[in-house]
Every structure is written in C-alpha cells, then in structure tokens.
Design a protein around this ligand. Structure first.
Ligand code: NAG
Ligand code: NAG
Ligand code: NAG
Ligand code: NAG
Ligand code: NAG
Ligand code: NAG
Ligand code: NAG
Ligand code: NAG
Length: 447
C-alpha cells in the first residue's frame, strides 16, 4: 500500500515534469523560427504594372529566401481572400484550381470568381503565350542556399472589379501557402516602396505603380506533429549500430509493407497518390527518411565520416533534397565527396553548420525505396587538437535536418562509445541508478 502510494506520487511527479518538458518543446516549435536559418522566409510580392478600366494587372513573385527548405513536387499552392468583390479576368503562368460561380457575367467570362481563389503553377511545357519569366515549373521552387536563381516563382494576374488607383485598391487578405504540405503561416500584405525594374538594355528604370509584400514563415510543428526523418549512428571503434529511436516518426495508424514482399512487383504500387500518402517500408522507426552517420576513420590530423540517406517511401522520389548537419568540426571541412556542400553561417561567430545536397544529374534525385533508394557521401575533416575526441559521442552530429525538417536523433546514452570509457561509465551509471533507487525505496519506507 505504502509503496504503491509513493510510486504513484512519484509517477505523477515524473509525468508532470515530462508534460512540462513536452509543453516547452511544443512552444519552441510553434514559434516559426529556425535557429539554423533565422531569417528564412518566403516573400510574396505583388507589383501592379498597369491599371485597367476596372482594376489592375499585377505580377506576383514568390521568392524563397530559406537557405535549405525548398518546395518539392507537387509544388506550391497559394491562396488569398479578396477584400471586395474582385474577380480574376485572366492569368498567365499559373491558374486557379476552380473557376467558381461566374453566372452573373455576360460576354466576357472571368478566369475565377471565387472570393478565396486557390492558385497553382502550370506544368513545364505549356504554350509560350501562357508563360512569363520564372513560371511553369510545376510549383517546384529551389532553396536559396542551393540555387538562388531557381528559388523564385512568378505569375501574372489581371484583376477586375477592383480599385483603379493606389488609393482605391484594397489589398487581398488571409494569404495561405502550401509548400506542398502545411507548415507555412503568412502575415498580412503590406504596402512597400514600389519595385523598380531595369529595362533589358540596362539604360532605363521603370517602376511598379504600387507594390505590396506578404511574408510566410515555416514551422515544422504546424507541418506535422511527428518528425519525418531519423538518424542512426555507427563507428569504427564499436561494432554496435545505434538505430533510429523506435517509432521516431510515430507508429500509430501507419500502414507499411515488408521490403521483400511480392506486392512490390505489382505494377502501379509506386504511383504517387493525389493526397501524397506515403507507402512505407516496415521499419522500427517508421520514418520515410533515415540519415546514417558513420565515424569511419581516425587519421593523425584528419578524420573521416560517412553519411548515407535512405528513402523508405515507395511512393516518393525526393527531388533536389537537402541535408543540414550541425557539428563543431564542420568549421574545418577539408573535402566532401559525392555531395555538393556549403557552410551555413547564420551567426557570424559560429561556424558549425553545413548544408549538403545532391550533385546535378548525379545524385540530386533520391529515388523511391528499394535498391536505388539511397545516396551516400564521405567527409574529410581536419582535427582541431584542442577539441577533437572520440569520447562521449563528440564525433556525432548535434542536429540533422532533411529537406528543412529536423530529424529525430538517438538518445545520448545509446551512442556507440569507446570500449575504454564503456568499462568506466556503465558501472558508474549503474551505481548512480542503484543509489537513486535506494533513495526512492528509503523515502517510500519513511512514508
Ligand atoms: C525575409 O527574408 C529576407 C532574406 O533573408 C530578410 O531580409 C527579411 O528580413 C525577411 N523578412 C522577414 C519579415 O523576416
Ligand atoms: C518585398 O519582397 C521582395 C522580394 O520579393 C524583397 O526584395 C523586398 O525587400 C521586400 N520588401 C520589404 C519592405 O520587405
Ligand atoms: C499613390 O500615388 C501617389 C501619386 O501618384 C503617391 O504620391 C503616393 O505615395 C502613392 N501611394 C502609395 C500608397 O503608393
Ligand atoms: C482564411 O483562410 C482559411 C483557409 O482558406 C479559412 O479557413 C478562413 O476562414 C479564412 N479567414 C478569413 C478571415 O477569411
Ligand atoms: C522515380 O523516378 C524514376 C526515374 O525517373 C521513375 O521511373 C519512377 O517512377 C519515379 N517514382 C515515383 C514514385 O515517382
Ligand atoms: C566555415 O567553415 C568552412 C569549412 O571549413 C570554411 O570553408 C568557411 O570559410 C568558414 N566560414 C567562416 C565564416 O568562418
Ligand atoms: C582547422 O584546424 C586547424 C588544425 O588544427 C586549426 O589550426 C585551424 O584553426 C582550424 N580552423 C578553424 C576555422 O577552426
Ligand atoms: C559500444 O557501444 C554500446 C552503446 O553505447 C555499448 O553498450 C557497448 O558496450 C560498446 N561496446 C564496447 C565493445 O565497448
């Protein structure tokens, strides 16, 4: 009886601490702020380029200023709500998904009469008269750190029943952005100084009649409550492989198939679904992506790590994938094999984060789960003798992101450790644990 009471109170207390911890984590995620890319955002700019008898023509440009988060297949979806009774007469370089009810129009029928139009990009290869610069990429937008020239999307919209001067135009409200899934939150549109354009001969500047901006930021917590990738570790000095934590990406309500199943040879099993539902290979972590970090070699002045990224989703090819790793020795990268690489220095004083991505036409496509569903690289790092150590899991990354989402790491007590430290620390931990349980038992007896 006494013991039970004590235990339950202990457990409620532990539960309390645990939920406080969870709460803290939730709040830290709810704020759309990425410590490795503090200024990252997507900015949507509307430049009014001409007034029409009943409205205006605007060029809408979407710039992805995020270092390592791109918009993958099947691309972005942009929505907003009109402030008045505006309609879209026509669009170039994009289209609305629905026309809505235009029954009150005679003669000219608008492209879209919806109060809250939903816009998607056109596919590559549409006729030239439906294109403008930076359009028609199937909604795919590169990350700024990977390819700034492709980190932009644009379309032109002709708006009717709108204001026809900068005094009467009402800015659209309630912007929403899917990229391609949820996660982005957009602020209100704000009038900003008009954009200036240089004519092709660079000898004359023109100016938008009016410009407004909308800024959208990403929050992984809004995107999904579970991580979408996990990390596993191994080393040359210990044969134990530290796997991804069990159910890293959530185990409930997920179907999966065994990798050797005959089902996989059925035609059409790889066909992506409209709702992008994954078809995962059964694993204990149930993540679509696993990143493996292997500490491979220890030279006198250098050490070598191997990175492997594995796709467990049979229904998705990851195009233009990105990997971000935080490790104190990444300030001294000597060579990166098979991946493109760029140091990320969000804070001038700290240089411990790197971005990796596939080489064009070689491994920038991470294929669907199966024999080709992985990409690999090795890093050669120069040691700093003051900090380098194989002890205490120092050689493993502190943070890993795949496609801009943070991956779940194994818990620190499971990292492969050096045989020598193992013999010292496990009895020490055991002793500490038994001391704690002794104290608990004593307290229980006292109560
Ligand atoms: C959006 O990103 C750009 C480029 O990093 C930055 O200059 C700008 O301040 C950001 N805007 C907001 C509102 O965070
Ligand atoms: C508006 O967005 C553009 C990019 O589309 C950016 O260059 C400009 O700095 C933004 N203006 C303001 C005031 O945020
Ligand atoms: C509107 O246009 C007038 C002159 O045409 C200009 O003085 C004013 O600053 C503009 N207002 C805005 C909000 O752009
Ligand atoms: C904003 O848009 C969302 C999704 O399109 C919708 O659910 C919400 O009601 C809208 N809010 C307003 C004020 O229009
Ligand atoms: C992935 O790409 C390959 C080669 O382009 C293609 O054959 C395959 O159907 C694609 N798989 C999916 C799931 O889209
Ligand atoms: C950060 O480290 C990388 C890798 O050694 C190096 O190339 C880069 O110049 C460093 N950047 C800064 C700002 O120190
Ligand atoms: C890289 O390692 C060398 C050798 O230890 C060291 O002298 C140098 O300061 C390191 N560079 C940085 C940026 O830490
Ligand atoms: C390897 O690491 C594991 C996990 O930390 C540990 O349990 C094991 O004792 C280590 N193996 C050796 C030979 O030290």
């Amino acid at each position: 009886m006494e013991l039970q009471c004590c235990q339950s109170s202990l457990f409620t207390r532990l539960g309390c601490i645990f939920s406080a911890f969870l709460l803290a984590m939730m709040f830290s995620h709810a704020v759309a702020y990425d410590p490795l890319d503090p200024t990252g955002n997507i900015t949507i700019k509307w430049d009014v380029i001409s007034w029409t008898p009943d409205g205006y023509v605007a060029v809408v440009t979407m710039n992805n200023f995020q270092m390592y988060r791109h918009i993958m297949n099947p691309g972005w979806t942009l929505g907003w709500t009109w402030a008045k009774k505006e309609v879209i007469w026509s669009m170039v370089g994009a289209q609305t998904t629905e026309q809505g009810d235009c029954s009150k129009f005679k003669g000219n029928i608008p492209h879209c009469c919806k109060k809250a139009p939903i816009v998607v990009d056109l596919l590559p290869g549409v006729p030239y008269n439906q294109q403008i610069a930076n359009c028609c990429k199937g909604g795919v937008v590169a990350a700024w750190g990977q390819d700034p020239s492709a980190a932009v999307a644009a379309f032109q919209v002709s708006v009717g029943l709108a204001g026809t001067s900068n005094k009467t135009v009402k800015l659209p409200t309630n912007f929403t952005l899917l990229g391609p899934g949820p996660g982005y939150t957009c602020g209100p549109a704000k009038v900003v100084p008009s954009t200036t354009f240089l004519t092709p001969d660079h000898r004359r500047k023109t100016q938008a009649l009016m410009t407004w901006n909308v800024t959208c930021t990403y929050s992984q917590f809004l995107a999904s409550k579970n991580p979408s990738c996990c990390v596993s570790f191994s080393s040359f000095y210990n044969s134990t492989i530290t796997p991804c934590p069990k159910c890293s990406c959530g185990c409930r309500t997920k179907n999966c198939i065994k990798s050797n199943l005959k089902l996989l040879s059925v035609p059409g099993v790889n066909t992506p679904r409209k709702d992008a539902a994954p078809l995962l290979q059964c694993t204990s972590h149930m993540c679509p992506i696993r990143v493996h970090w292997h500490v491979k070699l220890n030279y006198k002045d250098y050490w070598r790590a191997k990175i492997a990224i594995t796709n467990f989703n049979y229904r998705l090819n990851y195009t233009q994938w990105t990997l971000v790793v935080q490790h104190p020795n990444l300030n001294n990268v000597t060579q990166v094999f098979s991946f493109d690489y760029k140091p990320l220095v969000p804070y001038q004083s700290i240089n411990d984060t790197s971005m990796f991505y596939g080489m064009k036409y070689y491994n920038d496509l991470l294929m669907e789960a199966g024999p080709s569903g992985n990409v690999q690289s090795e890093l050669l790092l120069q040691k700093n003798p003051d900090t380098f150590t194989l002890k205490k899991g120092w050689a493993f990354p502190r943070k890993v992101y795949f496609n801009g989402d943070e991956c779940r790491l194994p818990s620190p007590d499971t990292y492969p450790h050096l045989p020598s430290t193992a013999t010292i620390s496990s009895p020490a931990i055991a002793a500490a644990l038994s001391a704690v349980s002794l104290i608990i038992m004593l307290v229980c007896k006292l109560i």
